[in-house]
Design a protein. Structure first.
Length: 262
């Protein structure tokens, strides 16, 4: 699988290339070494949070314009993923990951901090979650490993992440095939609590209607219809929002998000 190159690394390589072209007689640039470090995907699922930029220690990873390296003014807004849902390369080791306000108002203020021991060659997802506190300018956050090394190439591979802070019970994700009508409880029927994640579960490549329920209940808490999971691909279904909202149009209503990891 190809690694995602972040803008800072991209610009650094361009600078090196320019130097080699200016100094070398044959002006041939060969880059054969693989990318090193860990890879992190960033989600802003904190309700009411401003757009944020994500950092590893003091190195900015997201919301950089590829043409100039300048920072964009909107950052990663609520309900979206940084870098178009791609992974960002982060140095391995003990790293402090932060989300910092990217908009003009309060620009640069840190709203979430997650210390993380990142392993070489591994993949992770960091979630800003829960309600944004406008007084303290803070949000909750957590990081999980995206353990994709042993996934099933003959099937689709799906996991569930619970990022709804005020859900009163663990949550179970059910995937019901729209063709053969059978249902699968992703990760089992016990469910997962807030900040929890199931393992990646192999299921038949097909289109599915997704429903989240509490264990032992037939009442849908949140749904997402007609999601296609392809063979040999890896997906994360994550929940976000305020569990108490029943409106079907409110921005903070409970929502399921489908993200392809690979």
């Amino acid at each position: 699988m190809s690694r995602i190159m972040t803008p800072p690394r991209y610009l650094a390589i361009l600078a090196c290339a320019a130097t080699l072209v200016a100094c070398s007689k044959d002006a041939v640039q060969i880059i054969s070494a693989p990318a090193t470090g860990a890879s992190v995907k960033f989600y802003n699922f904190s309700m009411g949070a401003p757009g944020v930029n994500f950092f590893a220690n003091d190195m900015q990873l997201t919301a950089l314009r590829s043409d100039s390296g300048a920072t964009t003014k909107s950052g990663t807004t609520y309900g979206t993923l940084a870098a178009g849902g791609l992974y960002s390369a982060v140095p391995a080791g003990q790293v402090t990951l932060t989300g910092r306000i990217g908009t003009v108002t309060d620009a640069g203020v840190t709203i979430a901090t997650v210390p993380a021991p990142l392993a070489e060659g591994k993949f992770y997802s960091l979630f800003l979650s829960g309600p944004y506190n406008t007084t303290t300018k803070s949000a909750d956050a957590f990081i999980i490993e995206d353990a994709m090394s042993a996934f099933d190439y003959a099937n689709a591979n799906v996991r569930f992440v619970n990022a709804i802070a005020n859900a009163p019970n663990p949550m179970v994700l059910w995937a019901k095939s729209t063709t053969v009508k059978d249902s699968v409880a992703i990760g089992g029927t016990a469910g997962i609590g807030y900040k929890g994640a199931t393992a990646f579960v192999p299921i038949r490549g097909d289109a599915y209607d997704l429903t989240v329920r509490y264990p032992g209940s037939n009442t849908a808490v949140v749904t997402l219809a007609a999601q296609t999971f392809s063979v040999s691909r890896v997906y994360t279904i994550s929940s976000r929002g305020d569990i108490t909202i029943t409106s079907t149009t409110a921005a903070n209503r409970p929502i399921l998000n489908n993200t392809a990891n690979r």
